[in-house]
Design a protein around this ligand. Structure first.
Ligand code: FEO
Ligand code: CA
Ligand code: CA
Ligand code: CA
Length: 569
C-alpha cells in the first residue's frame, strides 16, 4: 500500500525543518533562507464583521476542502472544525500531503444553535448519528497537488485517509502500559510537524466527549457521549502521514491534560525539547526533555524519540525568573492554594507518596502540577519556538482566576521565555512580550484579542490567529470593537517589532486556525473553523453579523468549516 518503502524513507530524510512548521533549531540555515517572505509586504486590513474571509489586496484564496467533502478514492469525508495544518512535501514543489486536525463538532451550547446538527441534513443528506460525530473529529491526511493555474486540489491516492475517534492507537511511555492499544483520537486541536517528518496531533477538550477524572493510580472511567475511558484521551499522538500502515502512537510521557499543542526544539546530538500548554483556566505550561539524543535520519526516531524522558511544569516568578519542576515521584509537595488536587495520604511530602507510579503522575498532570506549585496561567494556547534565537513564545488567550495570579488581561497576552543554557536545565526567564487589546482607536487594525495559534515564518516574524469565543464575538461589549476573529502579523525584530498588522478577517462566528506554509512559502494554508457557530445558517443579509453562509456567501446556504490555500494573485 502507498509508495515503495524506499521513497518514503527518502522523504522522511527531507525532514520538516524546511517547512519550519514548529521546529526550532534551523540556526544559520534560517539566515540563508531569509529571502523576502511571500506574504510580505501587504497592506493591512481593518477589523471587519463581514461574512467573508477577507485578505489584503493582491491575495486570493481557494477552498481546498470543506466539511462533508468526499476524500478522493475513499468512502470517507473531510471532518468538521478544521484546526492545525501541516504540509508534508512529496516530490517537486507541486505535490504534498496536507495533514489537518478536526477539533470537535459544534453541538448546541447555551446561547448557540448547534450548527453541526442544524446543517447536517443539508450537507450529508440525513440526520446525524453518534457515529458521525465520532467520525467528524480526528485527523485528515490529504494528498494535494498544484495545477498549472496555481490552484491546489485533492488527489486520489493511497495516502489519503482519516483517523477518527474509533481508529486504533498504540501507546508509549509510562502510562497505559496494560492497555496495549486504545481506541481513537479526538479533540485534535493544534500540533507539530516534527523534524523526523511525522506529525504530532494534540487532544485538547476531550472532556466534552469522555470523562476527565482519573484516580491517583492513573485509572480512568468510561462514559461521556463517546463512551470512552478518561485515561485514554488528553495525550499527544504521533502520526506518520507517509505510512498508512503505521499505527499512531499516544506518547504518555508528554503528559495527559487538555493539550492545546506541542512545539519541539531540536539540535543534532542533543535531547529533543518539547513545549506544551494545558488550555484551561489556571492550566499550566509544560516541557518534555527526551532521554535519547536526536540523530537526524535515524529510522527509529519515529515513535520512539518522545517515548522516554522527563516532564516538567513551569513556575513563573513575579521577578521574571522561572523554574521547571519535574513531574516525578521525588518532587516535593508545595500545593497551590485553593487549586484542584487529589486527597493527600497522611504525612505525604512528595508526589511519589500521593501517586501509585510515575505513569499515574503524568496521567493526572494538571492536579499533580498543582501539588508541586506550578503556576496557574491564563489558558495557554499555542507555543512556538523562534526559528532564529530559540526563545519560546506562548499565547495566553485569557485571564486566570487562581489566587494571586499573574494573568489579569482578559484580552490575552503573548509571553516570551528564554531558557538558561542549552534549554535542558531547570531555569529560564520570562517577559510579557505583547498584550492583547483593549481596542485603541489610534491603532486601528493593530490590536488583537484572544490570541490562539502562533506560527513563525522563516525570518522570525510571528503570525497570530485569534479566537474570541462564539458567544462573545460581535455580542459582548468588551469585544465588539475587534469585530470578527482575524490573523495578525507581528515582527519580532526591526523598527516594527511588536507592532501588529491585520492580514486576514474570518467569516462571521468563525476562528482562523492552523497556519502553515509550503516549503517554497508560495502557498499559505489556513483553517476556517466553526463559521456560524452561534447563530447557524444566515437566512438573510439583514441578520448580519449573526450567522454565516461561508464559503458560498449565499443566504440560506449552510456555513461549512474548511481549509483554504492562500497565495498572491
Ligand atoms: Fe482548541 Fe485551545 O484551542
Ligand atoms: Ca487552538
Ligand atoms: Ca502553531
Ligand atoms: Ca480555538
Amino acid at each position: 500500500m502507498g509508495f515503495p518503502r524506499g521513497r518514503r524513507q527518502f522523504l522522511r530524510f527531507l525532514g520538516a525543518g524546511f517547512t519550519g512548521a514548529c521546529a526550532g533549531g534551523l540556526g544559520p540555515l534560517a539566515t540563508t533562507l531569509a529571502a523576502a517572505e511571500p506574504l510580505l509586504p501587504f497592506n493591512a486590513i481593518s477589523p471587519s464583521s463581514r461574512d467573508r474571509l477577507l485578505l489584503p489586496p493582491g491575495f486570493e484564496y481557494d477552498v481546498l476542502a470543506k466539511w462533508g467533502d468526499r476524500l478522493p478514492g475513499t468512502n470517507t469525508r473531510f471532518g468538521y472544525n478544521a484546526d492545525f495544518t501541516a504540509f508534508i512535501p512529496l516530490q517537486g514543489a507541486d505535490e504534498g500531503l496536507l495533514v489537518v486536525n478536526h477539533e470537535y463538532v459544534s453541538l448546541p451550547e447555551p446561547g448557540e444553535i448547534g450548527v453541526y446538527s442544524q446543517t447536517f441534513p443539508t450537507v450529508i443528506g440525513r440526520e446525524p448519528r453518534l457515529d458521525d460525530e465520532m467520525h467528524d473529529v480526528g485527523v485528515s491526511v490529504l494528498h494535494v497537488t498544484r495545477r498549472k493555474n496555481g490552484r491546489w486540489e485533492l488527489t486520489r491516492s493511497p495516502l489519503t485517509r482519516r483517523y477518527d475517534a474509533q481508529s486504533r492507537m498504540a501507546v508509549s511511555g509510562p502510562a497505559l502500559q496494560t492497555a496495549g492499544s486504545v481506541a481513537g483520537t479526538l479533540a485534535n486541536c493544534s500540533g507539530c510537524h516534527t523534524p523526523w517528518n511525522t506529525v504530532l496531533t494534540c487532544e485538547e477538550n476531550f472532556q466534552d466527549c469522555v470523562p476527565e477524572a482519573v484516580d491517583t493510580a492513573g485509572r480512568g472511567r468510561s462514559g461521556g457521549r463517546f463512551g470512552g475511558n478518561s485515561a485514554h484521551f488528553g495525550w499527544v499522538v504521533e502520526i506518520d502521514p507517509l505510512d498508512p500502515s503505521w499505527t499512531p502512537v499516544k506518547h504518555t510521557m508528554l503528559g495527559r491534560f487538555r493539550h492545546e499543542n506541542v512545539a519541539v526544539r531540536v539540535r543534532d546530538d542533543a535531547p529533543v525539547v518539547a513545549y506544551m500548554g494545558d488550555d484551561r483556566t489556571n492550566g499550566h505550561v509544560y516541557r518534555f526533555v527526551s532521554e535519547r539524543r536526536y540523530a537526524p535520519g535515524r529510522l527509529d526516531n519515529r515513535g520512539s524519540m518522545l517515548s522516554r524522558g522527563r516532564l516538567y511544569a513551569a513556575v513563573f516568578n513575579r521577578d521574571g525568573s522561572g523554574e521547571w519542576r519535574e513531574l516525578a515521584p521525588a518532587t516535593p509537595l508545595r500545593a497551590n492554594p485553593r487549586s484542584s488536587v487529589p486527597a493527600l495520604p497522611r504525612g505525604a511530602t512528595t508526589l511519589g507518596q500521593v501517586y501509585a507510579s510515575p505513569g499515574a503522575i503524568v496521567t493526572d498532570a494538571f492536579r499533580a502540577s498543582n501539588l508541586i506549585g506550578a503556576t496557574p496561567t491564563g489558558r495557554p494556547e499555542d507555543v512556538e519556538v523562534h526559528p532564529l534565537d530559540q526563545s519560546v513564545y506562548i499565547a495566553f488567550t485569557a485571564a486566570a482566576t487562581a489566587p494571586d495570579h499573574l494573568f489579569p488581561n482578559i484580552y490575552g497576552e503573548i509571553w516570551r521565555i528564554v531558557e538558561e543554557g542549552d534549554g535542558t536545565g531547570t531555569r529560564f526567564t520570562w517577559m510579557r512580550w505583547k498584550a492583547g487589546g483593549p481596542h485603541d482607536a489610534r491603532q486601528s487594525g493593530r490590536v488583537f484579542a484572544a490570541p490562539d495559534n502562533l506560527a513563525f515564518d522563516r525570518t522570525g516574524n510571528l503570525w497570530i490567529v485569534t479566537d474570541i469565543s462564539s458567544s462573545r464575538i460581535n455580542a459582548d461589549a468588551r469585544y465588539t470593537e475587534f469585530q470578527n476573529n482575524g490573523m495578525f502579523y507581528v515582527p519580532t525584530s526591526g523598527v516594527d517589532a511588536g507592532i501588529a498588522r491585520q492580514f486576514a478577517s474570518a467569516p462571521c462566528e468563525a476562528e482562523l486556525a492552523g497556519p502553515s506554509w509550503t516549503p517554497g512559502r508560495d502557498t499559505f494554508f489556513l483553517s476556517v473553523q466553526h463559521p456560524g457557530e452561534a447563530n447557524g445558517t444566515r437566512t438573510s443579509t439583514m441578520l448580519s453579523p449573526r450567522g454565516s453562509n461561508w464559503p458560498s456567501e449565499r443566504p440560506g446556504d449552510p456555513p461549512l468549516p474548511g481549509v483554504v490555500s492562500i497565495r498572491r494573485e
